[in-house]
Design a protein around this ligand. Structure first.
Ligand code: IPE
Ligand code: IPE
Ligand code: MG
Length: 253
């Protein structure tokens, strides 16, 4: 990204927000309910986050729904999560489409049950030409998987003689990642109190602002989201420059 007055002032609101939606299990356990009760409740928070971002004019919202490591959970939790995805995709996609949301699922979906894969393709097709919020749902996603997958595609082109090794630039790698062509990640939020990335957007988080909150995902309502945005807006992003340089660039606008 070229750093100039235009790009800096555009940064007052995030263009791309990603969320590690964590804490569903603890939310349910605190109510003496099974963990899956928290996942179900978490769907309401997803709906609220999507509406909030649409209203705010955020261009891309990326939600971590199921990591490449979440297969390690007890079998019944994994299968209930698969059923929940299928149900939510079926139930919510019409509403998303009506609200002009474009849905993409990022991750290795080839590992999902066939019925779910079909539903994913149908939902993506239905919303493909929408021009509002770009909603990316990360499912069986891992940041390392994304980079590995991009590298394999580039290596294949080199092997076929279509590309030189020296053509493998940062831009070339970015262009082969799951969210190629979308705005750079500006803000990465994690709910649930843990201070880690859990193999989410490793490449894309290079210069994202990080926001961690104790709030558990089912409790992450509009007010909580607005607090995260306010924290982002109040920050000075320097991208390696000095604070003075950034102030000069803004003053020249
Ligand atoms: C996040 O909530 C949702 C998924 C990983 C599917 P958790 O299920 O991890 O909730 P906690 O962290 O155990 O409370
Ligand atoms: C990260 O949460 C994955 C999602 C929110 C989908 P986890 O609860 O799986 O992360 P760890 O295992 O605590 O790092
Ligand atoms: Mg968790």
């Amino acid at each position: 990204m070229v750093l100039n007055a235009e790009t800096i002032s555009q940064q007052s609101l995030p263009r791309h927000v990603a969320i590690i939606m964590d804490g569903n299990g603890r939310w349910a356990q605190a109510r003496n309910r099974p963990r899956v009760f928290g996942h179900k409740k978490g769907v309401d928070a997803v709906r609220s986050a999507v509406q909030f971002c649409s209203r705010l004019g955020v261009q891309s919202l990326t939600l971590f729904a199921f990591s490449s490591e979440n297969w390690r959970r007890p079998e019944d939790e994994v299968s209930t999560l698969m059923e929940l995805f299928l149900y939510v995709l079926t139930k919510e996609v019409k509403r998303l489409n009506k609200n002009n949301v474009k849905l993409s699922i990022i991750g290795d979906i080839s590992k999902f049950p066939l019925a779910l894969q079909e539903r994913i393709f149908a939902a993506q097709d239905l919303t493909a030409s929408n021009t509002g919020l770009q909603l990316n749902v990360a499912a069986n996603y891992g940041g390392r998987w994304d980079i590995t997958h991009a590298t394999q595609q580039l290596a294949k082109q080199v092997a076929e003689g279509k590309l030189q090794a020296s053509d493998i630039t940062e831009d070339a790698i970015s262009q082969h990642l799951s969210m190629a062509g979308q705005p750079e990640l500006d803000l990465l939020i994690r709910t649930g109190g843990d201070l880690r990335i859990s193999n989410f957007l490793l490449w894309q988080a290079a210069y994202a602002e990080l926001y961690f909150t104790q709030t558990l995902w089912p409790d992450f309502d509009e007010a909580a989201f607005a607090e995260a945005i306010a924290s982002y807006v109040a920050r000075e992003r320097r991208f390696g420059c000095t604070g003075e340089q950034i102030k000069q660039l803004l003053a020249s606008k």
